[in-house]
Design a protein around this ligand. Structure first.
Ligand SMILES: [Fe+2]
Length: 228
């Protein structure tokens, strides 16, 4: 059911956004589908990010840019070995370093498309942490672009509430609590607050409520959350 919904969305977007932008979306979606545990990941991240931006009252043009950035944020994983991305056990330092190259690879790919410089910049910094312990550049606080800080929260929430080869999905409430716990270190506290607000006020037009429900229903939970 979920796969079918995602395939429909991909096909709609491919027709709605022709040319190089549409091509990037299609490649990003295929990247997600290459790995059984990431199907639909970028679509959900884009929707969460857009809703956060809406909650924060950010302007529509920025929201569009952010949504697009969400769709293509992990496109650089096309340049990371499958062995690394599919590894079930603990990653070695070298493997970790390889995976951490993906925001730069994403940036390089997106920068090749004229007019997407803003998208590329948001994507480049989506794994930065506000305490400066993120990557690729270890930027601190507001030195990290706002769009990247939003994407980081959306991306982390989806990772927490999704099953992976090395962990089961976390319940939504547990994941929101985790975001709160890490607000001020990993995440921007204002953005976490805005995200949680979107969950407290159900809105049929909003969110990936449709995507998160199955995780609530399954009641799956596990503590092992490895940073991607
Ligand atoms: Fe990423």
């Amino acid at each position: 059911m979920l796969d079918h919904l995602i395939m429909e969305l991909i096909s709609e977007e491919r027709h709605r956004i022709p040319g190089q932008h549409g091509f990037l979306l299609a490649v990003a979606a295929l990247m997600d589908m290459r790995y059984p545990f990431t199907v639909g990941h970028s679509i959900r991240v884009a929707r969460y990010a857009k809703d956060i931006a809406g909650e924060m009252g950010l302007d529509p043009e920025f929201r569009e840019t952010l949504e697009f950035a969400g769709r293509v944020h992990d496109i650089g994983k096309v340049g990371i070995s499958r062995a690394c991305l599919l590894k079930q056990g603990e990653l070695t330092l070298d493997e970790m370093k390889e995976i951490q190259k993906h925001p730069i690879l994403s940036y390089d790919i997106i920068m090749d498309v004229p007019g997407l410089e803003n998208v590329a910049k948001i994507v480049l910094y989506h794994h930065e942490r506000i305490d400066g312990h993120g990557y690729p550049h270890g930027l601190i606080g507001e030195a990290i672009p706002l769009g990247s800080r939003i994407l980081c929260v959306a991306d982390s929430f989806d990772a927490m509430t999704s099953e992976r080869s090395y962990k089961r999905a976390m319940k939504v409430e547990t994941a929101l609590h985790e975001l709160e716990q890490k607000a001020g270190t990993q995440f921007d506290p204002g953005i976490v607050q805005a995200f949680i607000a979107t969950f407290r006020r159900p809105n049929p037009n909003c969110l990936c409520t449709a995507y998160t429900d199955p995780y609530v229903r399954n009641g799956q939970e596990q503590d092992d959350i490895r940073s991607k």
